[in-house]
Design a protein around this ligand. Sequence first.
Ligand code: F6P
Length: 324
Amino acid sequence: MKRIAVLTSGGDAPGMNAAIRAVTRCGIAKGWEVFGVHQGYAGLIAGDFRALTMRGVSGILQQGGTVLGSARSQEFKTEDGRLKALWELRQIDIEAVVIIGGNGSQTGAYALSQMSFPVVGIASTIDNDLVGSDITIGVDTALNIALEAIDRLKTTASSHQRAFLLEVMGRNCGYLALAAGVAGGAEAIVIPEIEIEPEEVVQSFRRAYEKGKSHAFGVVAEGARYNAEKLVAYFSEHQARIGFELRTTTLGHVQRGGVPTAYDRLLASRLGAGAVATLARGETGVLVGMIKGDITTTPLEQVIGKQKPIDPELFDLAKVLDRQ
Ligand code: F6P
């Protein structure tokens, strides 16, 4: 292996830069040349490659986002787009690509590997929905940002005896909402995987007030059937009967920004090194992730088009803790 490229794709995630740095430095340490592809698959199609150096990736470890840029390329979803990308890769003799990203990005990686081009994926998305890694790059940072928001919202909620709802990202996956709800002590957690009716949220909040709490707090996943918007509509429609108002905050992209936590930097560094080690032993067409603390590889065909289920025990725990 002499020349590899690395790209970041899809939604950025705090820690991606640490992964780019690890791929670059571990690759160069093996005597390889490493190229960064700008703007994900769009850059691959455009042939936007730039050589990366040991020193060139200095000072990025602690930065959020991705220094390579990212994109959601529609063109790469077409065969034409993928053929153009292959042509560009061959133009400068790239022998393998490391693709840092989530579900959509790994679907693209699988498509490339199906065209007999060697690829290795690195599990990176704040959604934590990827099969093949217990936790993905960016999750810990996003979770901590959600927790900070919860802690702040709770102080103002208490002052006003208010019911509050925080909506977090996660696409169709409820992991962030569930984990933030448990770690933040929420009275209600609303996630896509376990459907509940809006009235159950009302009842959870009512119980909180009856127990003498000065506020009631819930976390809702953006992908839930009853997201923040729908729950607010329900509360205002039944305002007279419910007897208390609901305020909501949507965290949105704030969750994806900012400095990665120590955990994400470590995870990303290990996964980046793992990707290089995987290529060095000649293994391709796989996702590098972490399972039970070990750096592992899972064939991309077992990863794509699937969503990692949430841990039902964590959901049960949330219910027990909410009863206290
Ligand atoms: O997949 C990561 C994610 O942040 C999701 O949680 C969210 O639904 C989506 O990306 C937002 O995408 P965009 O940044 O393109 O608006």
